[in-house]
Write a protein that binds this ligand. Structure first.
Ligand code: ADP
Length: 430
């Protein structure tokens, strides 16, 4: 469906009958479908078509760290400058509210819509916000559970998102099946497992489940694989590990990596803090960031959307763009550039006001984000940049535009302001 063709309703949600895409399955009533069913399907489609990438996090069984991976994946994407929603549909153990310190929140609704709760820019909706007690869902029978999941999916007003991360109910039964079928076209699934043999058997089922539903498997994550020393971060293998990797190879799906058992993860979860944000500089956080690379890559080749990007800066009227330089053009090796061009622009008039070139400081890990923030930069246009550096820039409130070509600062900034900057692949991965 085309975004620009949609008509906005009072709350900014699109109405699907104006989409203009005659191939959209929600534009026509299906044989045997009642008027109400068709309305509901259309409503769901109109919400979901404003979300560019939908990724479901699955596990063969509970307790393997599915929600932990879903939360940290969502926060990592958000920290890299994406608009992200996190949907927790795990009716039996919705743990997202606890993990993000939102247990006391109740969800607000307006005219039949559920409004997600925002935490640091991340939009969150969890079944946990709706259940009065954890036992509520246990007494629901099958069709009732399905009805609740459906209503939940159809009523959440996400608005426009780059990513929706869905924390699915565990297993491969009716509940995850309903979630995947209702969402329709998913970009893929991340399957979380633990190293034990029994868990690995469940992964096989989860991969088969995805294949039957034609959901691409983005990869397998082996969680609680070894133990990370709280002092030095070194990982010691306690039990046999590598099962996740073997099964991924066996079944020909990507292996995304292993996350060790790290007491800081459990601590962060219990304290309602996102681990990847609060412990951003730990080796385990680095492992997690590497795991999310293929998911972040779903969104990497893009033309920067002028309207949304420049709108964010309209309010503060100050936009200073930093560009790493080598021989007068953008340096593709950001961490070791000679100088930085700092370009002041008027985002409303879309005009370059001033350019100042400054010597880059001596190379030192983690220094550039605060150094550029101190010099007033709020955007950096760069070639390649590592995930960790992106996270550090996000912490400083600096937006990162990656994958730009070796052009002059004037050309890059003009293209950026005109909305024609082609940001290609992020070539740097360290
Ligand atoms: P699931 O969603 O699969 O049921 P959770 O993500 O809720 O599992 O994790 C279960 C518990 O295990 C949580 O308390 C979480 O803090 C903890 N946990 C998950 N992964 C790790 C890890 N790698 N190291 C330490 N604790 C972890």
């Amino acid at each position: 469906m085309k975004r620009e063709a949609r008509k906005e309703s009072r709350h900014g949600e699109a109405t699907c009958n104006t989409c203009g895409d005659t191939d959209c399955s929600a534009s026509k009533r299906r044989d045997g479908e009642s008027e109400q069913e068709f309305e509901e399907r259309r409503k769901l489609a109109s919400r979901l078509c404003r979300i560019r990438h939908k990724v479901v996090v699955l596990s063969g069984k509970g307790g393997v760290g599915k929600s932990t991976v879903a939360v940290n994946l969502a926060v990592a994407l958000m920290m890299s400058g994406k608009q992200v929603g996190l949907l927790d549909v795990d009716i039996h153990g919705p743990s997202v509210p606890t993990m993000l310190g939102l247990e006391r929140e109740t969800v607000h609704g307006q005219e039949g819509e559920l409004i997600p709760i925002e935490v640091g820019g991340l939009k969150v909706l969890s079944m946990g916000f709706l259940l009065r007690s954890q036992d509520d869902a246990v007494i629901w029978r099958g069709p009732m559970k399905m009805g609740v999941i459906k209503q939940f999916l159809k009523d959440v007003a996400w608005g426009d998102l780059d990513y929706l991360i869905i924390d699915s109910p565990p297993g491969t039964g009716d509940e995850p099946l309903s979630v995947c079928q209702l969402i329709g076209k998913l970009d893929g699934a991340v399957i979380v497992t633990t190293p034990q043999k029994v868990a690995v058997v469940d992964v096989r089922k989860a991969i088969t489940f995805c294949r039957q539903l034609q959901v691409p498997v983005l990869g397998v994550v082996e969680n609680m694989s070894g133990f990370a020393c709280p002092k030095c971060g070194e990982v010691t293998q306690i039990l046999r590990s590598g099962g996740g990797k073997r099964i991924a190879e066996d079944m020909n799906v990507p292996y995304l990596g292993s996350i060790p058992m790290d007491p800081k993860i459990a601590e962060a979860c219990d304290n309602g803090q996102a681990f990847i944000h609060h412990y951003a500089t730990t080796p385990t956080a680095e492992i997690m960031r590497n795991i999310i690379n293929p998911i972040a890559a779903l969104d990497e080749t893009k033309v920067v959307d002028k309207t949304t990007e420049t709108m964010r800066y309209k309010e503060d009227k100050h936009m200073r763009i930093a560009i790493p330089l080598a021989n007068g053009k953008l340096s593709l090796h950001f961490g070791h550039c000679e100088r930085f061009a700092l370009v002041d622009v008027d985002p409303t008039e879309k005009k370059i006001l001033n350019r100042e070139d400054i010597e880059a400081p001596m190379h030192q890990p983690g220094l550039l984000p605060p150094w550029l923030a101190e010099r007033g930069a709020n955007i950096i246009i760069t070639g390649g940049i590592g995930q960790r550096a992106q996270a550090l820039f996000a912490e400083q409130g600096i937006q990162v535009v990656v994958g730009a070509a070796a052009e002059t600062p004037e050309k890059l900034v003009s293209d950026y302001l005109a909305g024609t900057l082609h940001a290609g692949e992020n070539v740097c991965d360290h």
